[in-house]
Each structure stands twice: as structure tokens, then as C-alpha cells.
Design a binder for this molecule. Structure first.
Ligand SMILES: Nc1ncnc2c1ncn2[C@@H]1O[C@H](COP(=O)(O)OP(=O)(O)O)[C@@H](O)[C@H]1O
Ligand SMILES: [Mg+2]
Length: 357
């Protein structure tokens, strides 16, 4: 049992609030991703679980037991960092087995557990090598091995792939997900990369920085598709998805206009200023003069499999993802934009909260 629970957790450094009002339950065996921009308190949240930082207020429980005041070594938590400091003079086996050696485990047990960890990570053939004789990906796997060998209840990953080049990052992402299938433990993975969050997490917790030390960090928690399809606020709407969700200001009135089209009546009771959010893949480009939002193509980014088309309109510049390659959008062309589906989002302009369904 290694459920993790944050109960009204707050953290300040020198009286400056970094984390406030953090309530979150991570289920036993779950893989959850904490994602948010740099400086929003993700590492601090992890370090409080590991016992490397104290909480300023509130409580953290692991497996139903408060860990406040418990030493890091008594929490059965393993942390994997971005900078994996391997011992250069030790072999791979020595590096992986090091935490057990420090804990005074017998040599036979260490050998067994090192072999087991090496098998999980396909490091068997490299056990006799030194870190300098390994590739970057292999070194990162050794760092993972050093965590696995301890049989922790909880794995905490703090941006472990940020230092790797793009190809290696994708393959290590796969390795961590496979690791997750082979090892039963609760895993929290921190990243600022929304793609990593969307592809890896059972659930995602989106963090935002506090505003002048006030408010709360946690913007929304849920399955990746839930957050993508139904963001609870503007922060989540704009943070997840690439290119970002388009936002169009909607003034007063009864209906929701999209150029010359109406998207239907406003949700009941909301008469104030709204922002209409439309994802780039939910807009269709039609011929000039047809109903919709009139505009002119300013820039076409050809990505091979699709185009990102930047269209200047009276409502600002919108980005449209075109996946039908036969369309061949051309810069300078006059067009009309139409919603490609009913998937649009409404947010209260003043509060940023989602409005309606
Ligand atoms: N030991 C510390 N002393 C003072 N401020 C800190 C300390 N650790 C982190 N901070 C501050 O707390 C905020 C959150 O940091 P961090 O948790 O590292 O963010 P993230 O991991 O999301 O990038 C940042 O503004 C950072 O400068
Ligand atoms: Mg960090």
C-alpha cells in the first residue's frame, strides 16, 4: 500500500509562498505526472514527499501514515533526477548496488538484486563496464537501476529525461513506461513538457505558479484526454496542446458569434465577456465568402504530415492544423474559417474558469 496524499500542504522559502492549498491523492500503483512551467513548485512537491524539504503547513501521508518528521531513509521512496551522478570509478554493477551496500546488505543479496534490476533494464551485458564506457541512455538506465534495486514503494522522477537529446528522450520515455508495467510501485513523474505528460500519465496534475505567493498551484487533475477535451480553466487550456488553443474574445450579446456564423446561444446566466477557445485541429479552412470568420493566410508551416496555417482575422491571428495534404494552403490566400466540430470551449474572461459544459 503506497497511496500518497497531500493534505492542505503549503511551502514557503524565506516567507515567500511557493506551494499553497495542495490537496491531492495519488493512488497505490498509479503513474501520475506533475506538469507545469518552470518554477511552479513541482520539484518542491516531490522533495517534500522524499523528505528532502519540510512542509511549512499541512501533512503528507504515504500508505496512510503521516511522514512528517520521518527521515528520508525511512520513507521507502526512491528519487531519479535529471543529473544522474554515477560514480565514475565503479562498474555498472557497483553503481546499481551502491544503495544496498550503504544499507549494509549481504553481498549475495546485493548480487541477486543487481541482476534482477539489470534484467528489468536490459543492462545485463554491461554490468562490468564503467560509466564512461556507456551511452547517455545506458547511463540514465543505470540511474534507474539504482532506484529499482531498493524495491521502493514510491518512485519519484524529477525531469529525468531533460538532459537527453530528442531521440533518446522518446526511447527513454518508452523504457520508463515499460518499467512501470514490470514493477509495481506508485510513480510520480515531474516534467515541464506537456507531450511527456500527455503520453505517460494515467493522470496528469497541472501546476501553476502562485500569484505573488497567493492562490493555489493545482489547476486540474485528471486523465490526459479529460484535461485536453475539457480544460477547467484557461491555464490548462493553453498549457496542454501544441500548437496552443486559439482564443477569441466574445463581447456582450445573446449568441456566440464565429465571424458570420452563430455557434448557438450563450450558456444560461453568463452575460459578461467570454473567451471562446478552439483547438487548431477543430477549425476548417473554407473558401473566401463562405460563412465563418473571414481571414487571410499569413504563414504556412509545412511539417510533413500536416500544416500549421496562421490566419489573420479580425479576431486576431488563429492557428489551424490542416491534416488533409490535398488542401495545400497558400500564403496570402483569402479564406473563411469554420468550426470543424462542436468542440469549442468557453471561459469567463475575468476569472479564466470554464463556462458551461
Ligand atoms: N531552497 C530554496 N530556497 C529558496 N527558494 C527556493 C528553493 N527551492 C526552490 N525555491 C523556489 O521555489 C520555486 C519553485 O521551485 P521548484 O519547486 O524548483 O519549481 P519547478 O520544479 O516547478 O521548476 C521557485 O521560485 C524557486 O526559486
Ligand atoms: Mg524542478
Amino acid at each position: 500500500m503506497a497511496e500518497i496524499e497531500f493534505k492542505s500542504v503549503a511551502k514557503s522559502f524565506d516567507k515567500v509562498g511557493v506551494i499553497a492549498g495542495l490537496d491531492l491523492r495519488v493512488q497505490d500503483g498509479e503513474f501520475i505526472v506533475f506538469v507545469g512551467p518552470s518554477g511552479c513548485g513541482k520539484s518542491t512537491a516531490l522533495r517534500m514527499i522524499a523528505g528532502l524539504e519540510e512542509t511549512t503547513a499541512g501533512d503528507i501521508q504515504i500508505g496512510g501514515r503521516s511522514v512528517t518528521g520521518l527521515a528520508p531513509s525511512d520513507r521507502n521512496v526512491a528519487m531519479v533526477f535529471q543529473s544522474y551522478a554515477l560514480y565514475p570509478h565503479m562498474t555498472v554493477a557497483g553503481n546499481i548496488g551502491f544503495p544496498l551496500k550503504m544499507a549494509g546488505r549481504p553481498a549475495a543479496e546485493i548480487a541477486l538484486r543487481v541482476k534482477e534490476a539489470a534484467d528489468v533494464l536490459d543492462l545485463g551485458p554491461y554490468l562490468g563496464r564503467r560509466p564512461a564506457q556507456l551511452s547517455g541512455g545506458q547511463r540514465q538506465r543505470v540511474a534507474l537501476g539504482r532506484a529499482i534495486v531498493r524495491h521502493p514503494d514510491v518512485f519519484l522522477f524529477d525531469e529525468p529525461l531533460s538532459n537527453l537529446d530528442a531521440d533518446l528522450r522518446v526511447s527513454m520515455r518508452g523504457e520508463i513506461m515499460r518499467l512501470r508495467e514490470r514493477i509495481r510501485a506508485t510513480m510520480i513523474y515531474v516534467t515541464h513538457d506537456q507531450t511527456e505528460a500527455m503520453t505517460m500519465g494515467d493522470r496528469i496534475a497541472v501546476f501553476a505558479p502562485l500569484k505573488d505567493g497567493h492562490g493555489r498551484n493545482l489547476m486540474q487533475v485528471g486523465r490526459p484526454e479529460e484535461l485536453y477535451e475539457r480544460p477547467a480553466n484557461l491555464f490548462v487550456a493553453r498549457f496542454l496542446g501544441s500548437p496552443k488553443m486559439n482564443l477569441i474574445e466574445v463581447g456582450e450579446g445573446e449568441m456566440l458569434p464565429f465571424g458570420t456564423m452563430d455557434l448557438g446561444p450563450r450558456p444560461d446566466g453568463h452575460h459578461g465577456a467570454l473567451l471562446l477557445g478552439v483547438r487548431p485541429e477543430d477549425i476548417r479552412i473554407a473558401g473566401a465568402g463562405t460563412p465563418g470568420l473571414a481571414g487571410r493566410i499569413r504563414l504556412v508551416e509545412a511539417l510533413g504530415a500536416e500544416y500549421y496555417v496562421h490566419v489573420e482575422t479580425e479576431a486576431g491571428e488563429l492557428i489551424v492544423r490542416v491534416m488533409d495534404k490535398r488542401l495545400r494552403p497558400v500564403s496570402g490566400e483569402a479564406v473563411a474559417l469554420q468550426p470543424a466540430s462542436t468542440a469549442f470551449h468557453l471561459f469567463d474572461k475575468a476569472t479564466g474558469s470554464r463556462v458551461g459544459g
